[in-house]
Design a protein around this ligand. Structure first.
Ligand SMILES: O=C(CO)COP(=O)(O)O
Ligand SMILES: O=C[C@H](O)COP(=O)(O)O
Ligand SMILES: [Zn+2]
Ligand SMILES: [Zn+2]
Length: 354
């Protein structure tokens, strides 16, 4: 199957009440891990590449790694999504490269750090929607800034995120604004801010409603019922992976991620795409540390990458099962983007705003 539309996948998830983890990938082993996991459980796949990934691997490598995944697993509906585009130009470049889905993150200015105004966000997102829908490409936007409701720190730990302190209103997406935003932009998917943040250090304790506002999802969904909601910063940061890393010489501080039960609740309230990068990083790091500690004489990269790939696969498989993806891949038609372009043009995919 050629690369498919993210809108089609998310529509299917909404109709059938499940959520799809979107995994960040940077290299061959991560792509292989996600695909092998999806294949074992029959899940549809969203592989996403950040600007950081495109820089790390090189654009042609990222593109061809993902295309190789489509070729190796022709029966799996696969989306190639650009994560956190910081300008319409970046999104245009990704579309030219063959991405079937792009995120225009207009919650921040082009530096990826400074919180932007609502009007700026509408302007750049609208611009990307116009360019993308013409060719059947899906658009994700973001309203509200990811950040810790505990500390007010926006946390640009991995290079994407506001710098410095934010107030609570900037870190919680307002349902009224979300409705206005969707009406003005007609985007397909909306990333919302509810207290999650990128990276491993999200919460200093297991989060409760005051620092992780899952209830917001329901309120937002009530206003924009067919816009797919996206949770960024949604790694669960498993305690056993932290313990494994530290057992083998790591020095990770105490930290908590987004509990799986909270994500499952959010899926009931309309979240369809759940972004996960950190959990794969933790799984691979733990496996590599353990391997090297136990095999100090080994130096063949294939030997230590193998357990890392296995560990990544295990966590991906677990998330597919937890979010309800099992067996759903085969039910997705996998429409060509040209057909999606016609559907957008006919107004079939217009967003409802209440
Ligand atoms: O949101 C993400 C990528 O856009 C990744 O989030 P994590 O850092 O929680 O894995
Ligand atoms: O957007 C956040 C992802 O975790 C990507 O991180 P990155 O910019 O380090 O590739
Ligand atoms: Zn953002
Ligand atoms: Zn993100």
């Amino acid at each position: 199957m050629p690369l498919v539309s993210m809108r089609e996948l998310l529509d299917h998830a909404a109709e059938n009440g499940y959520g799809i983890p979107a995994f960040n990938v940077n290299n061959l082993e991560q792509v292989q891990a996600v695909m092998a996991a999806a294949d074992e459980v029959g899940a549809p796949v969203i592989l996403q590449a950040s600007a950081g990934a495109r820089k790390y691997a090189g654009e042609s490598f990222i593109k061809h790694l993902i295309q190789a995944a489509a070729e190796a697993y022709p029966h799996i509906p696969l989306v190639m999504h650009q994560d956190h585009g910081t300008s319409p130009k970046v999104c245009e470049g990704a579309i030219a490269l063959g991405f079937g889905s792009v995120m225009m993150d207009g919650s921040l200015l082009e530096d990826g750090k400074t919180p932007a105004s609502f009007d700026y966000n509408v302007k750049v997102t609208r611009q990307v929607v116009e360019m993308a829908h013409k060719v059947g490409v899906t658009v994700e936007g973001e309203l509200g800034c990811l950040g810790s409701l505990e500390t007010g720190e926006a946390g640009e730990e991995d290079g994407i995120g506001a710098a410095g302190k934010l107030d609570h209103s900037q870190m919680l997406t307002d349902p009224e604004e979300a409705a206005e935003f969707v009406k003005a932009t007609q985007l397909d998917a909306l990333a919302i801010a509810i207290g999650t943040s990128h990276g491993a250090y999200k919460f200093t304790r297991k989060p409760t409603g005051d620092i992780l506002a899952i209830g917001r999802v329901k309120e937002i969904n009530a206003r924009i019922p067919n816009t797919h909601l996206v949770m960024h910063g949604s790694s669960s940061v498993p305690q056993d992976l932290l313990a494994l890393i530290n057992q083998y010489g790591g020095k990770m501080k105490e930290t908590y991620g987004v509990p799986i039960e909270e994500i499952q609740q959010a899926i009931k309230y309309g979240v369809r795409k759940i972004n996960i990068d950190t959990d794969i990083r933790l799984a691979m790091t733990g496996a590599v540390r353990k391997f090297h500690a136990e095999n100090p004489d080994k130096f063949d990269m294939r030997e230590w990458m193998k357990p890392a790939r296995e560990a990544a696969k295990a966590i991906c498989k677990q998330r597919y099962l937890e979010f309800g993806c099992e067996g759903q891949g085969a039910k997705v038609k996998g429409l060509p983007l040209s057909v999606m372009a016609e559907r957008y043009a006919r107004g079939e995919l217009a967003q409802l705003v209440r």
